[in-house]
Design a protein around this ligand. Structure first.
Ligand SMILES: NC(=O)c1ccc[n+]([C@@H]2O[C@H](COP(=O)([O-])OP(=O)(O)OC[C@H]3O[C@@H](n4cnc5c(N)ncnc54)[C@H](OP(=O)(O)O)[C@@H]3O)[C@@H](O)[C@H]2O)c1
Length: 343
Protein backbone atom coordinates (compact mmCIF):
# COMPACT_ATOMS: atom_id res chain seq x y z
CA UNK A 1 0.00 0.00 0.00
CA UNK A 2 1.50 3.38 -0.97
CA UNK A 3 2.31 5.53 1.99
CA UNK A 4 3.11 9.26 1.90
CA UNK A 5 5.07 10.91 4.71
CA UNK A 6 4.12 14.56 5.18
CA UNK A 7 6.01 17.46 6.75
CA UNK A 8 3.46 20.04 7.90
CA UNK A 9 4.72 23.65 7.87
CA UNK A 10 2.03 25.96 9.29
CA UNK A 11 -0.94 24.45 11.08
CA UNK A 12 -3.68 27.06 11.50
CA UNK A 13 -7.26 26.87 10.20
CA UNK A 14 -6.38 24.94 7.05
CA UNK A 15 -3.75 22.68 8.64
CA UNK A 16 -6.16 21.61 11.38
CA UNK A 17 -8.97 21.09 8.83
CA UNK A 18 -6.61 18.93 6.75
CA UNK A 19 -5.68 16.78 9.75
CA UNK A 20 -9.37 16.38 10.64
CA UNK A 21 -10.23 15.39 7.08
CA UNK A 22 -7.38 12.87 6.82
CA UNK A 23 -8.41 11.39 10.20
CA UNK A 24 -12.07 11.18 9.20
CA UNK A 25 -11.40 9.84 5.71
CA UNK A 26 -8.50 7.49 6.44
CA UNK A 27 -10.58 4.36 5.65
CA UNK A 28 -11.86 5.86 2.40
CA UNK A 29 -8.33 6.92 1.43
CA UNK A 30 -7.08 3.39 2.02
CA UNK A 31 -10.00 1.59 0.36
CA UNK A 32 -10.67 3.92 -2.57
CA UNK A 33 -7.21 5.39 -3.23
CA UNK A 34 -4.93 2.72 -1.76
CA UNK A 35 -3.16 5.41 0.26
CA UNK A 36 -2.09 6.03 3.85
CA UNK A 37 -0.72 9.33 5.11
CA UNK A 38 1.39 10.00 8.20
CA UNK A 39 2.91 13.21 9.51
CA UNK A 40 6.66 12.99 10.19
CA UNK A 41 7.19 16.58 11.27
CA UNK A 42 5.39 19.79 12.14
CA UNK A 43 6.42 23.42 12.63
CA UNK A 44 4.59 26.67 13.28
CA UNK A 45 5.94 30.13 14.03
CA UNK A 46 4.90 30.20 17.68
CA UNK A 47 4.59 26.49 18.60
CA UNK A 48 8.04 25.53 17.29
CA UNK A 49 8.76 22.23 15.61
CA UNK A 50 9.10 18.47 16.04
CA UNK A 51 10.24 15.53 13.97
CA UNK A 52 9.03 11.93 14.27
CA UNK A 53 10.70 9.63 11.72
CA UNK A 54 8.22 6.83 12.48
CA UNK A 55 5.30 9.10 11.60
CA UNK A 56 2.19 10.10 13.52
CA UNK A 57 -1.26 9.52 12.07
CA UNK A 58 -3.60 12.50 11.73
CA UNK A 59 -5.99 11.37 14.49
CA UNK A 60 -3.14 10.93 16.99
CA UNK A 61 -1.68 14.32 16.04
CA UNK A 62 -5.04 16.04 16.56
CA UNK A 63 -5.47 14.19 19.87
CA UNK A 64 -2.05 15.44 21.04
CA UNK A 65 -3.38 19.01 20.97
CA UNK A 66 -0.43 20.29 18.90
CA UNK A 67 0.13 23.09 17.91
CA UNK A 68 -1.85 24.52 20.85
CA UNK A 69 -0.50 21.78 23.14
CA UNK A 70 2.63 19.61 23.32
CA UNK A 71 4.23 17.82 20.37
CA UNK A 72 2.97 14.24 19.86
CA UNK A 73 4.45 11.48 22.04
CA UNK A 74 7.81 10.19 20.84
CA UNK A 75 8.58 13.21 18.63
CA UNK A 76 11.98 14.94 18.86
CA UNK A 77 11.89 18.73 19.29
CA UNK A 78 13.16 20.75 16.32
CA UNK A 79 14.54 24.24 16.92
CA UNK A 80 15.65 25.50 13.47
CA UNK A 81 13.76 27.77 11.05
CA UNK A 82 11.30 26.75 8.35
CA UNK A 83 13.92 26.11 5.67
CA UNK A 84 16.02 23.93 7.99
CA UNK A 85 12.87 22.06 9.04
CA UNK A 86 11.96 21.33 5.43
CA UNK A 87 15.45 20.08 4.65
CA UNK A 88 15.66 17.83 7.71
CA UNK A 89 12.14 16.41 7.98
CA UNK A 90 12.10 12.77 6.77
CA UNK A 91 9.16 13.31 4.43
CA UNK A 92 8.03 12.66 0.85
CA UNK A 93 5.92 15.82 0.63
CA UNK A 94 6.03 19.25 2.24
CA UNK A 95 2.54 20.58 2.97
CA UNK A 96 3.10 24.35 3.14
CA UNK A 97 0.23 26.12 4.92
CA UNK A 98 1.85 29.26 6.28
CA UNK A 99 0.20 32.67 6.09
CA UNK A 100 0.15 34.63 2.83
CA UNK A 101 2.50 37.52 2.17
CA UNK A 102 0.95 38.94 -1.04
CA UNK A 103 3.78 41.42 -1.59
CA UNK A 104 6.73 38.99 -1.53
CA UNK A 105 5.43 35.40 -1.34
CA UNK A 106 7.98 34.80 1.42
CA UNK A 107 9.00 32.82 3.41
CA UNK A 108 6.77 30.24 1.72
CA UNK A 109 8.75 30.41 -1.54
CA UNK A 110 11.96 29.55 0.33
CA UNK A 111 10.18 26.67 2.08
CA UNK A 112 8.97 25.18 -1.21
CA UNK A 113 12.33 25.70 -2.90
CA UNK A 114 14.04 23.88 -0.02
CA UNK A 115 11.59 20.98 -0.36
CA UNK A 116 12.12 20.59 -4.10
CA UNK A 117 15.91 20.77 -3.62
CA UNK A 118 15.90 18.12 -0.88
CA UNK A 119 14.02 15.31 -2.61
CA UNK A 120 10.49 16.27 -1.60
CA UNK A 121 7.41 17.26 -3.53
CA UNK A 122 5.35 20.22 -2.31
CA UNK A 123 1.68 21.00 -1.80
CA UNK A 124 0.57 24.49 -0.81
CA UNK A 125 -2.63 26.48 -0.34
CA UNK A 126 -0.51 29.65 -0.16
CA UNK A 127 -0.85 31.61 -3.40
CA UNK A 128 2.12 33.87 -2.63
CA UNK A 129 4.87 31.54 -3.89
CA UNK A 130 2.85 30.61 -6.98
CA UNK A 131 2.29 34.28 -7.84
CA UNK A 132 5.91 35.30 -7.23
CA UNK A 133 7.92 32.26 -8.32
CA UNK A 134 5.75 29.81 -10.29
CA UNK A 135 8.10 29.27 -13.23
CA UNK A 136 11.18 28.83 -11.08
CA UNK A 137 9.46 26.37 -8.72
CA UNK A 138 7.76 24.44 -11.53
CA UNK A 139 11.07 24.05 -13.39
CA UNK A 140 12.90 23.07 -10.19
CA UNK A 141 10.29 20.39 -9.49
CA UNK A 142 10.65 19.00 -13.02
CA UNK A 143 14.46 19.05 -12.85
CA UNK A 144 14.45 17.16 -9.55
CA UNK A 145 11.72 14.66 -10.43
CA UNK A 146 9.33 16.12 -7.83
CA UNK A 147 5.81 17.54 -7.97
CA UNK A 148 4.43 20.97 -7.09
CA UNK A 149 0.65 21.21 -6.59
CA UNK A 150 -1.51 24.09 -5.31
CA UNK A 151 -5.17 23.32 -6.03
CA UNK A 152 -6.45 25.42 -3.11
CA UNK A 153 -4.43 28.55 -3.85
CA UNK A 154 -7.12 30.45 -5.79
CA UNK A 155 -10.57 28.88 -5.25
CA UNK A 156 -10.14 26.92 -2.01
CA UNK A 157 -10.91 23.30 -2.98
CA UNK A 158 -12.80 24.08 -6.19
CA UNK A 159 -10.75 22.19 -8.79
CA UNK A 160 -9.79 24.91 -11.24
CA UNK A 161 -6.22 23.72 -11.87
CA UNK A 162 -7.02 20.00 -11.79
CA UNK A 163 -9.94 20.52 -14.16
CA UNK A 164 -7.89 22.43 -16.71
CA UNK A 165 -4.99 19.97 -16.45
CA UNK A 166 -7.11 16.81 -16.69
CA UNK A 167 -10.03 17.88 -18.85
CA UNK A 168 -8.94 20.67 -21.19
CA UNK A 169 -6.05 19.26 -23.26
CA UNK A 170 -4.69 21.43 -26.11
CA UNK A 171 -6.94 24.27 -25.00
CA UNK A 172 -6.05 27.93 -25.25
CA UNK A 173 -7.72 30.27 -22.80
CA UNK A 174 -8.34 33.68 -24.39
CA UNK A 175 -9.91 35.32 -21.35
CA UNK A 176 -10.85 34.53 -17.78
CA UNK A 177 -12.81 36.65 -15.37
CA UNK A 178 -14.58 36.32 -12.07
CA UNK A 179 -15.32 37.74 -8.64
CA UNK A 180 -12.67 35.88 -6.62
CA UNK A 181 -12.36 37.76 -3.34
CA UNK A 182 -15.31 36.92 -1.10
CA UNK A 183 -14.62 39.71 1.41
CA UNK A 184 -14.77 42.47 -1.23
CA UNK A 185 -17.88 41.02 -2.79
CA UNK A 186 -19.59 40.60 0.56
CA UNK A 187 -18.71 44.21 1.46
CA UNK A 188 -19.96 45.49 -1.92
CA UNK A 189 -23.26 43.62 -1.59
CA UNK A 190 -23.83 45.17 1.86
CA UNK A 191 -22.85 48.64 0.59
CA UNK A 192 -25.35 48.26 -2.26
CA UNK A 193 -27.98 47.86 0.47
CA UNK A 194 -26.95 51.21 1.93
CA UNK A 195 -24.36 50.22 4.58
CA UNK A 196 -21.14 52.18 5.02
CA UNK A 197 -17.81 50.59 4.04
CA UNK A 198 -16.83 50.41 7.74
CA UNK A 199 -20.05 48.63 8.82
CA UNK A 200 -19.91 46.21 5.88
CA UNK A 201 -16.27 45.41 6.69
CA UNK A 202 -17.13 44.79 10.36
CA UNK A 203 -19.75 42.29 9.12
CA UNK A 204 -17.12 40.47 7.02
CA UNK A 205 -14.75 40.40 10.01
CA UNK A 206 -17.48 39.01 12.26
CA UNK A 207 -17.96 36.18 9.73
CA UNK A 208 -14.20 35.51 9.82
CA UNK A 209 -13.79 35.88 6.04
CA UNK A 210 -11.60 39.01 5.98
CA UNK A 211 -7.79 38.78 5.90
CA UNK A 212 -6.04 39.79 9.15
CA UNK A 213 -5.12 43.01 7.31
CA UNK A 214 -8.40 43.87 5.46
CA UNK A 215 -6.60 46.29 3.14
CA UNK A 216 -5.24 43.20 1.31
CA UNK A 217 -8.87 42.42 0.36
CA UNK A 218 -10.28 45.91 -0.12
CA UNK A 219 -7.33 47.41 -2.02
CA UNK A 220 -7.37 44.46 -4.40
CA UNK A 221 -4.05 42.83 -3.42
CA UNK A 222 -5.58 39.42 -2.72
CA UNK A 223 -7.41 39.54 -6.06
CA UNK A 224 -4.21 40.72 -7.84
CA UNK A 225 -2.30 37.74 -6.45
CA UNK A 226 -5.08 35.42 -7.68
CA UNK A 227 -5.06 37.10 -11.10
CA UNK A 228 -1.30 36.56 -11.30
CA UNK A 229 -1.55 32.87 -10.39
CA UNK A 230 -4.30 32.25 -12.94
CA UNK A 231 -2.43 34.18 -15.66
CA UNK A 232 0.88 32.44 -15.04
CA UNK A 233 -0.42 28.90 -14.57
CA UNK A 234 -3.34 28.77 -17.01
CA UNK A 235 -2.22 31.27 -19.66
CA UNK A 236 1.57 30.84 -19.53
CA UNK A 237 2.20 34.46 -18.54
CA UNK A 238 5.07 35.62 -16.36
CA UNK A 239 3.43 38.38 -14.34
CA UNK A 240 3.88 39.55 -10.76
CA UNK A 241 1.09 40.99 -8.57
CA UNK A 242 2.48 44.51 -9.11
CA UNK A 243 1.88 44.08 -12.89
CA UNK A 244 -1.86 43.74 -12.34
CA UNK A 245 -3.88 46.92 -12.96
CA UNK A 246 -5.44 47.14 -9.54
CA UNK A 247 -8.52 49.09 -8.51
CA UNK A 248 -9.57 48.80 -4.87
CA UNK A 249 -12.79 49.83 -3.17
CA UNK A 250 -11.68 53.47 -3.09
CA UNK A 251 -13.93 56.50 -3.43
CA UNK A 252 -13.30 56.93 -7.17
CA UNK A 253 -14.13 53.31 -8.04
CA UNK A 254 -17.26 53.42 -5.90
CA UNK A 255 -18.41 56.70 -7.52
CA UNK A 256 -17.97 55.19 -11.00
CA UNK A 257 -19.70 51.95 -10.03
CA UNK A 258 -22.64 53.84 -8.52
CA UNK A 259 -23.08 55.67 -11.85
CA UNK A 260 -23.22 52.28 -13.67
CA UNK A 261 -25.55 50.85 -11.02
CA UNK A 262 -29.15 49.95 -11.89
CA UNK A 263 -31.75 47.88 -10.00
CA UNK A 264 -30.93 44.58 -11.73
CA UNK A 265 -27.15 45.07 -11.50
CA UNK A 266 -24.74 43.74 -8.84
CA UNK A 267 -21.52 45.40 -7.73
CA UNK A 268 -18.52 43.07 -7.93
CA UNK A 269 -14.78 43.26 -7.56
CA UNK A 270 -13.63 41.37 -10.67
CA UNK A 271 -10.41 39.67 -11.66
CA UNK A 272 -9.88 39.59 -15.42
CA UNK A 273 -7.01 38.19 -17.49
CA UNK A 274 -7.00 38.67 -21.26
CA UNK A 275 -4.74 37.42 -24.02
CA UNK A 276 -4.00 40.24 -26.45
CA UNK A 277 -1.69 38.91 -29.17
CA UNK A 278 1.52 37.92 -27.37
CA UNK A 279 0.62 39.93 -24.29
CA UNK A 280 -1.35 38.87 -21.22
CA UNK A 281 -3.12 41.70 -19.42
CA UNK A 282 -4.44 41.21 -15.89
CA UNK A 283 -6.63 43.61 -13.96
CA UNK A 284 -8.78 43.94 -10.86
CA UNK A 285 -11.66 46.39 -11.00
CA UNK A 286 -15.06 47.27 -9.57
CA UNK A 287 -17.99 46.86 -11.92
CA UNK A 288 -21.79 46.77 -11.83
CA UNK A 289 -22.57 43.46 -13.59
CA UNK A 290 -25.97 43.03 -15.28
CA UNK A 291 -28.32 40.29 -14.05
CA UNK A 292 -28.00 38.58 -17.46
CA UNK A 293 -24.34 37.86 -16.65
CA UNK A 294 -24.05 34.55 -14.78
CA UNK A 295 -21.31 36.05 -12.58
CA UNK A 296 -23.63 38.96 -11.72
CA UNK A 297 -26.02 36.46 -10.15
CA UNK A 298 -23.51 35.22 -7.57
CA UNK A 299 -24.47 36.17 -4.04
CA UNK A 300 -22.15 38.13 -1.74
CA UNK A 301 -19.94 35.26 -0.55
CA UNK A 302 -19.97 33.13 -3.70
CA UNK A 303 -16.98 33.26 -6.01
CA UNK A 304 -16.55 32.05 -9.55
CA UNK A 305 -14.46 32.15 -12.68
CA UNK A 306 -15.48 32.01 -16.30
CA UNK A 307 -13.01 30.80 -18.93
CA UNK A 308 -13.33 31.64 -22.63
CA UNK A 309 -11.62 28.81 -24.48
CA UNK A 310 -10.96 27.79 -28.10
CA UNK A 311 -12.27 24.27 -27.47
CA UNK A 312 -15.30 24.37 -25.15
CA UNK A 313 -16.32 27.97 -25.60
CA UNK A 314 -17.35 29.43 -22.25
CA UNK A 315 -16.97 27.39 -19.08
CA UNK A 316 -17.94 28.74 -15.66
CA UNK A 317 -16.90 27.32 -12.29
CA UNK A 318 -18.82 28.56 -9.23
CA UNK A 319 -17.78 28.03 -5.64
CA UNK A 320 -20.77 28.04 -3.29
CA UNK A 321 -18.88 28.28 -0.05
CA UNK A 322 -15.19 28.56 0.64
CA UNK A 323 -13.30 28.09 3.88
CA UNK A 324 -10.72 25.94 5.63
CA UNK A 325 -12.66 22.68 5.05
CA UNK A 326 -12.87 23.21 1.29
CA UNK A 327 -9.25 24.37 1.21
CA UNK A 328 -8.21 21.21 3.06
CA UNK A 329 -9.92 19.12 0.39
CA UNK A 330 -7.86 20.85 -2.31
CA UNK A 331 -4.65 20.02 -0.41
CA UNK A 332 -5.79 16.43 0.09
CA UNK A 333 -6.61 16.14 -3.63
CA UNK A 334 -3.05 17.34 -4.34
CA UNK A 335 -1.63 14.66 -2.03
CA UNK A 336 -3.72 11.94 -3.68
CA UNK A 337 -2.55 13.15 -7.12
CA UNK A 338 1.10 13.11 -6.04
CA UNK A 339 0.78 9.58 -4.62
CA UNK A 340 -0.78 8.50 -7.93
CA UNK A 341 1.92 10.20 -10.01
CA UNK A 342 4.73 8.71 -7.93
CA UNK A 343 3.52 5.12 -8.49
N1 LIG B 1 -8.45 29.85 5.42
C1 LIG B 1 -8.86 29.57 4.18
O1 LIG B 1 -10.04 29.28 3.97
C2 LIG B 1 -7.91 29.60 3.02
C3 LIG B 1 -8.41 29.45 1.71
C4 LIG B 1 -7.50 29.41 0.63
C5 LIG B 1 -6.14 29.56 0.87
N2 LIG B 1 -5.70 29.74 2.16
C6 LIG B 1 -4.26 29.90 2.38
O2 LIG B 1 -3.81 28.82 3.18
C7 LIG B 1 -2.73 29.26 4.03
C8 LIG B 1 -3.10 28.92 5.48
O3 LIG B 1 -4.29 29.58 5.83
P1 LIG B 1 -4.88 29.49 7.30
O4 LIG B 1 -6.25 30.06 7.22
O5 LIG B 1 -4.65 28.14 7.86
O6 LIG B 1 -3.92 30.53 8.04
P2 LIG B 1 -3.69 30.67 9.63
O7 LIG B 1 -4.84 30.10 10.38
O8 LIG B 1 -3.28 32.09 9.85
O9 LIG B 1 -2.43 29.71 9.92
C9 LIG B 1 -1.16 30.00 9.42
C10 LIG B 1 -0.18 29.04 10.03
O10 LIG B 1 1.10 29.33 9.49
C11 LIG B 1 2.03 29.46 10.57
N3 LIG B 1 3.09 30.36 10.13
C12 LIG B 1 2.98 31.62 9.65
N4 LIG B 1 4.21 32.08 9.32
C13 LIG B 1 5.08 31.08 9.60
C14 LIG B 1 6.49 30.94 9.46
N5 LIG B 1 7.24 31.94 9.00
N6 LIG B 1 7.07 29.77 9.83
C15 LIG B 1 6.31 28.76 10.33
N7 LIG B 1 4.96 28.84 10.46
C16 LIG B 1 4.37 29.99 10.10
C17 LIG B 1 1.22 29.98 11.72
O11 LIG B 1 1.90 29.74 12.91
P3 LIG B 1 1.54 30.52 14.26
O12 LIG B 1 0.05 30.37 14.44
O13 LIG B 1 2.33 29.78 15.28
O14 LIG B 1 1.95 31.94 14.03
C18 LIG B 1 -0.05 29.12 11.54
O15 LIG B 1 0.16 27.85 12.06
C19 LIG B 1 -2.58 30.76 3.78
O16 LIG B 1 -1.54 30.98 2.88
C20 LIG B 1 -3.91 31.16 3.16
O17 LIG B 1 -3.80 32.28 2.31
C21 LIG B 1 -6.54 29.76 3.22
Amino acid sequence: MPHLRIALLGCGNVGRALLAMVAEKSDALREERDLTLTVTGGLTRSAGGWIAPGGVDAAALLASGWPGGPAPAGAQPFTGDGVAFVREAPADVLVELTALNPLTGQPATDHIRAALESGKSAVTANKGPIAHAYRELRDLATKNGQRLRFESAVMDGTPIFGMVEACLPVTRIANLRGPLNSTSNYVLSRMAQGESLEDALSGAQALGIAEADPSYDLEGWDASVKATVLANVLMNADLRPADVRREGLGAEAMRRAQVEMAPERTLKQMVEVTRDGDKIIARVYIVALPGADILGRLSGMETGVQLRTDTLGELTLIEGEGGPGQTALGALADLVAIAHEKR
